[in-house]
Design a protein around this ligand. Structure first.
Ligand code: UDP
Length: 416
């Protein structure tokens, strides 16, 4: 298939950890690469946010990245991108008129909007993965939500007009059905994890003199709940908390980092909390493997790659029972789901796990097994491909089947 992926703010080539660069960038990059491995021709369309970027570049993993001009060629917060989606859609339309994809997979609601505007008149089938939903964000953030006011309305329209919606977890399905989207037009395909990169340590060399280590990872934004992790640490003695994420490796000037440091001081744990800033994705497995427990305490989480990455590294996770974690973390088997968002409840779960090495090891092994059994990008690409293929008109499907029988690579198909 010729697959176009649209990811307006999250380039698969961006560095991770900044305000708007995290899971979506990883998801798009890894899914594009895995679909290329399955013989598809994949182009990712993202907004040009720098004058230095080429119009078009082939990533080392074989997918094409097209930088579409829309608004100033400079970083812009994702919540401020809506006014530029008309231009973005016009750019997509120009590309797709000249070079038509078989199907478009949009990531995030604004990509969904631009995709519907561009693909609709060209009658190209569309799939949208919202990742985060405006209704959920509004529910949790209330007046602190910086999304455009029209987001929830537009999201509902996109979900109704796209040919199919891919939800990343069952919690999202519930939300979509509540929004009036028929269940038959929704499939669940989770995010995956790179199992070559994220692997358990070869030999665990336990150092009984070392103090316990908790690791928390994510963009430095309040909803990630690092404040809760810090507050919980006050009741977990002899243990340090490493927090990774931020625009740079030095986050001394970062407003959220300052707030978190103040909270650490207020709880008397400033000497046991380290904000290490942005950690390269290549170094992430080492950081996660250095933990006794990976702590994920967001207020809500559409999917959440970090627990999956920790699981693949064989590290048990303590997570708040929200969003995607309800699917990925099996409570009492691969980690602990905390149902009450209180420092006492989080601290209790962490203390018990730190005190029981046997349970930690068992959870870690089950976690790695689960990551392998369900969440390889190869498997996620197969599941995504099944959804995309189901939307192709009959002649295209037939031609694909013929090509597959020939043993030839799936390639360009012109509809007649
Ligand atoms: N990440 C990273 N370096 C950092 C912070 C985060 O590589 O300093 C990566 C992390 O390993 C994960 C992604 O960014 O792959 C965050 O994804 P998640 O789904 O947990 O959160 P989101 O950013 O989507 O809210």
């Amino acid at each position: 298939m010729r697959i176009a992926m649209v990811s307006e703010h999250a380039s698969p080539l961006a560095a991770l950890g900044g305000i708007d660069a995290g899971g979506q960038n990883v998801h798009v990059a890894a899914l594009a690469a895995a679909l290329v491995d399955r013989g598809h021709d994949v182009s990712v369309f993202t907004r040009r946010d720098s004058t230095d970027l080429p119009d078009d570049v082939t990533a080392p993993d074989g997918y094409r990245v097209v930088h579409v001009p829309a608004g100033p060629p400079a970083p812009i917060a994702k919540d401020d991108l809506l006014p530029f989606m008309g231009d973005f859609a016009a750019g997509l339309s120009e590309h797709w008129t000249a070079d038509r994809p078989d199907v478009v997979h949009a990531h995030f609601w604004m990509s969904g909007l631009a995709t519907q505007l561009a693909a609709g008149p060209l009658a190209i089938p569309t799939v949208v993965t919202f990742r985060a939903l405006g209704v959920v964000k509004k529910r949790h953030q209330g007046t602190r939500d910086t999304s455009p006011l029209s987001r929830t309305k537009i999201e509902r329209l996109i979900a109704r007009s796209a040919d199919h919606v891919i939800a990343t977890c069952s919690d999202e399905v519930t939300e979509l059905v509540r929004m009036g989207i028929p269940r038959r037009r929704i499939s669940v395909v989770p995010c995956g994890v790179d199992l070559e990169q994220f692997q358990p340590a070869a030999i665990a060399s336990a150092d009984p003199t070392r103090r316990g280590r908790l690791v928390a990872v994510g963009r430095l934004v309040p909803r990630k709940g690092f404040d809760l992790a810090i507050a919980a640490l006050a009741s977990v003695p002899d243990t340090e908390l490493i927090i990774a994420g931020g625009e740079r490796s030095d986050v001394s000037d970062d407003a959220e980092a300052k707030r978190l440091r103040q909270i650490a001081v207020a709880h008397g744990v400033a000497d046991r909390v380290r904000l290490v800033g942005q950690v390269s994705h290549e170094s992430m497995p080492d950081l996660l493997r250095s933990a006794d427990v990976v702590l994920c305490t967001p207020t809500y989480e559409p999917f959440g790659l970090v627990p999956l990455e920790a699981m693949a590294c064989g590290i048990p996770v303590v997570a708040t029972a929200v969003g995607g974690f309800l699917d990925t973390v099996i409570d009492g088997v691969t980690g602990v789901l905390v149902h009450r968002r209180t420092p006492a409840a989080v601290a209790d779960a962490v203390r018990r796990l730190l005190a029981d090495e046997g349970r930690r090891t068992g959870y870690g092994m089950s976690a790695a097994d689960r990551a392998h059994a369900r969440y390889s990008w190869e498997q996620i690409a197969v599941d995504t491909e099944r959804v995309l293929r189901s939307l192709l008109p009959e002649p295209v499907v037939a031609q694909h089947a013929e090509m597959a029988e020939d043993g030839t690579r799936d390639g360009r198909l012109d509809l007649v």
